[in-house]
Design a protein around this ligand. Structure first.
Ligand code: AMP
Ligand code: ZN
Length: 466
């Protein structure tokens, strides 16, 4: 398959360097709270990449870390009055539960930063030895970016912005910083009062690793100097991935990742998600509104990964309708097989365009459209031909990680008059594009146990518990 590479800005063929297994690394979650659906856009797309490679017959090795020590995990574990381990273990379990609900395959290896402190210290020692890092008076260690002429190649910080000479005295000690504060970044942070009991012994005194280092150390441990692909959300291009390249290429002398796969951010109501705007959704929040994880997954793969995805509650209703249509189409096809079954065939038949979309820069919306086209083209197939088409459709669904809903029970449901009135008011607000009011009315209907499904010319109501 072909995929866009952030470093070269070109579509490139994905092929395992070792000719056998496609070995890739994804920056994992920082476990200090529940992951939000933006995080899951990234994790779900990484999962579709893996599933597509595997569906195409390529073996994979998927490594994704858990960030269980950094500024935020330490700060919030203290607020919660818990030890860092208890705190991060709890959030890691919740993350695993959400991944399972969303049908994300567990990575083959999932290393945690705390377990790999010795490897991180060893990498710092190497960097100091090679002249790429230095210890400051307080026992912190910094990476000297002026020692790495390639610094900035991934994010294309060109010479206008990147005057390495000017960075000599600038240092960043916090884990996250912005592009305009380009500076030497911290590899080891000397112990501070606010760290409490969270410190480790090192040749430079007590302290803890900086956030950027863990991925470089764990990649070296599990994937070696060079590997097939590295991935994360776009916010990680700078500084995190730039810093990883600097650390790893200087310490290991390798070429680090052969390919960079970055997923564009998910937006909510056209803007950034934030707690203060009340538009930061977790899987649990959406479940309370009556939406299933599969509906969320459908929305997350509904846009191309290089384009922003604008999330709305209405898009979840659309996903529900689309999944129901696909399920209906699959049942109609199954009914025409006359009991014949086929196992995976190499030939995608009417679903070839869906597969081509996936192989062409992981075009997930194209693949979804291709499934609907494939179903239309399969309308007149019967017997073995219908069975072959059904097997092909199921392969595409597996690559996308989608499971179709079972047939809903066809009982007539009586809708109380008060509910009907609320729903009418909501439809009115919606036609007037009063999104705030329409969302508020939807929330009230949900609280009453009803889900609204919007169509082009009207709405329908379903009891939420399904
Ligand atoms: P974090 O837990 O903050 O380290 O983030 C986990 C992953 O989610 C990283 O790959 C981030 O780049 C990614 N991410 C964060 N916010 C968003 C968003 N709004 N849309 C897509 N990916 C995101
Ligand atoms: Zn990372």
């Amino acid at each position: 398959m072909r995929l866009f590479d952030t470093l070269t800005r070109t579509d490139r063929e994905l092929r395992p360097i070792d000719g056998d297994t496609f070995r890739f690394y994804c920056c994992g979650p920082t476990v200090y709270g529940p992951a939000h659906i933006g995080n899951f856009r990234t994790f779900v797309l990484q999962d579709v990449l893996r599933r597509t490679l595997e569906t195409g017959g390529t073996r994979t090795l998927h490594v994704r870390n858990i960030t269980d020590v950094d500024d935020k995990t330490i700060r919030d574990s203290q607020k919660a009055g818990k030890s860092l381990t208890d705190f991060t273990t709890g959030w890691t379990e919740i993350f695993h539960g959400d991944c399972e609900k969303l049908a994300c395959l567990p990575p083959h290896i999932e290393p945690g930063a705390v377990e790999h402190i010795p490897q991180q210290i060893a990498m710092i020692e190497k960097l100091i030895e090679k002249g790429n890092a230095y210890a400051s008076d307080d026992g912190s260690v910094y990476f000297k970016i002026s020692s790495f002429p390639n610094y900035g190649k991934l994010s294309r910080l060109d010479t206008r912005e990147l005057d390495l000479g000017k960075t000599q005295n600038a240092r960043a000690n916090s884990d996250e910083y912005e592009k305009d504060s380009l500076s030497d970044f911290v590899l080891w942070k000397s112990r501070r009062a606010e760290d409490g009991e969270n410190f480790w012994e090192s040749p430079w005194g007590e302290g803890r690793p900086g956030w950027h280092l863990e991925c470089s150390a764990m990649i070296q441990e599990y994937l070696g100097d060079t590997f097939d692909l590295h991935s994360g959300g776009v916010d990680l291009v700078f500084p995190h991935h730039e810093n990883e390249i600097a650390q790893s290429e200087c310490a290991c002398g390798g070429h680090f990742a052969a390919h960079w796969f970055h997923i564009t951010h998910l937006l909510v109501d056209g803007g950034k998600m934030s707690k203060s705007l009340g538009n930061l959704y977790t899987l649990e929040d959406l479940a309370k509104l009556g939406f299933s994880p599969m509906e969320v997954r459908y929305v997350l793969i509904g846009a191309h990964y290089r384009k922003p995805l604008n999330f709305t509650l209405d898009s979840l209703t659309g996903a529900r309708e689309a999944l129901a249509k696909l399920a209906k189409g699959a049942r109609a096809l199954a009914a025409k097989t006359g009991g014949e079954t086929r196992f995976d065939t190499v030939d995608f038949g009417p679903f070839q365009s869906a597969w081509d979309s996936l192989e062409n820069d992981l075009n997930t919306p194209g693949a979804l459209g291709g499934i609907f086209t494939g179903l239309r083209q399969s309308a007149n197939l019967t017997g073995g031909e219908a069975a072959k088409a059904l097997a092909a459709m199921n392969r595409i669904l597996r690559a996308l990680g989608l499971t179709l809903p079972e047939e809903a029970e066809q009982e007539a449901v009586e809708i109380p008059a008060a509910i009907r009135t609320l729903a009418d008011e909501r439809w009115q607000a919606r036609t007037e594009k009063n999104w705030a009011k329409s969302d508020e009315l939807r929330a009230r209907l949900t609280a009453e146990g009803w889900t609204v499904l919007d169509g082009k010319d009207g709405y329908s109501l379903e009891p939420a518990a399904r």
